[in-house]
Design a protein around this ligand. Sequence first.
Ligand SMILES: [Zn+2]
Length: 182
Amino acid sequence: MAGGTKQHADVIPKIVDARKLVQREQVLSGTVPAEALERLLAAVESVDGDVRAELSFSRDLNRHLVVEGGVSCNVQLLCQRCLQPKPETVDAPVRWGIVWSEEQGKSLPRDLDPVIQEGEELNLYQVLEDEILLNLPMVAYHEEECVARDRFQFGDDSQEAEEQRENPFKVLEQLKGSSGKS
Ligand SMILES: [Zn+2]
């Protein structure tokens, strides 16, 4: 690298010193290996391919250490209707304010999410994984009708049951009618 400040790494480093990256106004652009994100792997059926991230480090006008960018990935979630995998894309914006204590985080402006760096080490994978988990859909359903209607009509059944409760005479009539026929 010949004195440039923009680095396009294939793999985003796991541990960085955000203060140094801010001094260099560095841009990290690349991937995070999915197998490094155990909490994400546990929360979804599978992660398709690697997680992609772009993070740009800078200092804002109020001297806050700011990281802006985004993280995205493709995952498979279980459809809550047919229990088969359904692909989802997670696209999470990043706007962090780097601080060294919770106390410091409280003084950040509201549009910055406080991210605490321990000493000289910030675990980028952990924070990126937090962002993905926060943006993961709670439940997934296929858009198309993935379960045949006759196997999935709780709505109709309960409506019928309600009608019978409301109108006991109708039930009696039906009983009379059927016994009369036999
Ligand atoms: Zn489904």
